[in-house]
Design a protein around this ligand. Structure first.
Ligand code: 3SL
Length: 235
């Protein structure tokens, strides 16, 4: 049977062998929720950068520039890191270069994977179906917050492990841990997430609607995949 594992923080990724695996990048608040939303709303491609200057340079090639540091839109950027920014009519059919505090860092650390896909609650069923159809082992890679484990990414990992039960076996205790935490939280998921440190951080920045939106289940039936360094719609 195929195997599934969960990396709860980018600081732990050196412990995992990514070769031959499908890696699911997760940054519920808010990077991968934004990427899912953008692709679902017709953004042509999203090129992720951990480095801010490398991201800005893409403007010369006609890209929109998006992203945040510590939750705040970078000055001079076209878009911040809100899923609502990616719904704007003027980004449809355009290319976006994005840099974020954690999500784009996790993507860069996944370069050795056979395939990298983007997961969020907004497309969780599409991601689960996609993984079921692959003949590869899977790793759910939680972006966390500055190297630390966070609640929302861990609970997403648990929700995805739950959906894959019977098709994958756990490679270590992290999938079991995440699944168990999700089972305990499922009935009051939004409240649990609202109590998380990043939800509090966003609330302090007056960002409220994004949290509820990012927690919507199956808003979109898309699986964004990384092809030639850009996030685009899977074939
Ligand atoms: O760290 C990230 O990648 C972001 O998603 C963080 S924030 O929600 O935009 O603050």
């Amino acid at each position: 049977m195929k195997k599934i594992d969960v990396c709860l923080s980018p600081e732990l990724i050196h412990l995992f062998d990514l070769k031959g695996k499908v890696v699911v990048i997760v940054d519920i608040l808010r990077a991968t929720s934004c990427m899912t939303t953008g692709i679902a709303h017709g953004v042509k491609a999203i090129r992720p950068f951990a480095d801010r200057d490398a991201c800005i340079k893409m403007r010369e090639q006609g890209y929109f520039i998006a992203g945040e540091r510590n939750g705040i839109k970078v000055e001079g950027f076209d878009l911040g890191n809100s899923p609502f920014d990616y719904m704007a009519e003027n980004v449809k059919n355009q290319k976006v270069a994005v840099t974020t505090t954690n999500g784009t860092v996790a993507i860069e650390k996944s370069a050795e994977a056979a395939e990298i896909i983007i997961g969020s609650f907004l497309n969780i069923s599409a991601v689960a179906d996609y993984l079921k159809k692959q003949d590869k082992d899977a790793l759910i890679f939680c972006a966390g917050w500055k190297g630390k484990v966070n609640m929302e990414d861990s609970l997403f990992a648990g929700a995805l492990v739950k959906r894959l039960k019977g098709e994958f076996v756990n490679e270590c205790d992290a999938p079991l841990f995440a699944h168990t935490a999700f089972e305990y939280s499922e009935a009051q998921l939004l409240d649990v997430i609202k109590g998380s440190s990043h939800a509090k951080r966003l609330n302090n920045l007056n960002i409220h609607e994004d949290i509820e939106f990012c927690m919507k289940m199956d808003e979109y039936d898309v699986v964004p995949v990384i092809r030639d360094g850009e996030i685009c719609l899977s074939a």
